[in-house]
Design a protein around this ligand. Sequence first.
Ligand code: GDD
Ligand code: MG
Length: 357
Amino acid sequence: MQAIVLVGGEGTRLRPLTYGTPKPMVPIVNVPFLARTIERLYDAGIRDVIFPAGYMPEAIVEYFGDGSRFDMRITYVIEETPLGTAGALKNVAHHITGAFFVLNGDVLTSLDLRAMLAYHRAKGGLGTLHLIEVEDPSAFGCVVHDADGRIASFVETPPRGQEPTNAINAGTYLLEPAVLEAIPAGRNVSIERETFPALLADGRRLYAYTTQDYWIDLGRPEHYLAAHRDVLSGAMPLALEPGLSGAGAAALRGHPGVTLPVHAGEDVRVDASAKIGPNVVLGRGCSIGPRATVRDSVLWERVEVGAEASLDEAIVASGTSIGARAQVGRGSVIGHDVRVPAGAVLEPGSRVGAAGR
Ligand code: GDD
Ligand code: MG
C-alpha cells in the first residue's frame, strides 16, 4: 500500500512561523509534525510514501532523506509551481501501483487507517473520504452523503449559516488509481473543488467514512496551540508521559514554579524563580530567566526568555530571544531568530518576524 502526503502548501495562515519552517515540519511537542504522520503510516503497515512538495522542500528532504532511517521508502516529487491538491496527485501518478491513501499534510488525527481500508474494500467505491463532524464547518469542505455513506455533494468553505451539514472533509482519502485518470495534467487542479465533484457528476461512487476520532487541522495558530493542549492532556493520544514529559523533564522535577502539564526538550534551563505552565512545551536548549512567566505556549528550540518577561498563548520559533520584562500579548506568534527588545509590549495577537528568516 502506498500513501501520498500533500506537503506543498505555503502555510500562509501560520506565518511568520512558516517563513523559516514549512508547515509539515512545524513541531508538534518537539517532533516535526510530518514525522508523527510517518509514524502513523508505519503503524498502519505502509512502507511506501510519496511527498509532492514545492514550498521549502529542502527542509523535508534533509530530515527524511530516502526514508531508510524510518524503515520506509520515501519519494519526493517537487512542483515548480503549485499544482493544487489534485494536480499534485496527477504529477506523481507514474509512481502509483494500486489503491493509495492521500493525506493532507497538516491534519493531526487518531484515525485508524487499517479500519478505513477495510471499510473502503467493503463499500467497493472509487474512493473513500474520512469525515469528521465539527461545530463550525464554514472553514472546511462540507460533504453531503446518504444513509449508506454514498457522497452526494461537496461544498467548500460555505458561508457561515449556509452549511448543508456539519460533516466535513477531514483530509484523508483512500482512492483507486482510476481517480488519477479524471485529473487533467499540467495545470493546477483542486481535488475538493474540481475532481471530486466531477467524479460525482459522472455517476462514480465515493463513500464517506465518518468517525469520532480526535481531529484537528494545524493550519492556524489557535489550532496549533489547541493541538498541543490536547496532546498534553492525552485527548490526542501520542504516547507521552502524563504531566511532566520529554528528554529535559528531569531538570524540572520538583521545580516549585512548574504547573503541569509541561513538556521539556533536552538541555532546557528554567530559573528557580520562573513560572511555567500549564500547557507549555519547551524545545531543546530553551532558557527561561528569573521571575519570567510562560503559560499555554509553545517555544521551539533555543528560545531565550529574559528576566521577568511574560508569555501567554504564544508560539515562538527557534533562535528567538524575548528581552527582559517584555510582555508578549496573548495569541502572539513570533518567527525565527527575532530579538524582542527588553521592556517591549506586544499587543495581543501580534505577528513578529519577516520573510526570509
Ligand atoms: N503538493 C502540493 N501542491 N500540496 C498542496 C498544494 C499544492 O499545490 N496546495 C495545498 N497542498 C497541501 C497543503 O500543504 C496541505 O497539506 C493540504 O494540501 C491541504 O491544503 P490546505 O491549504 O491546508 O487546505 P485547507 O485546510 O484550507 O482545506 C483542506 O483541508 C480541510 C481539512 O483540513 C480541504 O481538503 C478541505 O476540504 C478540508 O475540509
Ligand atoms: Mg489545512
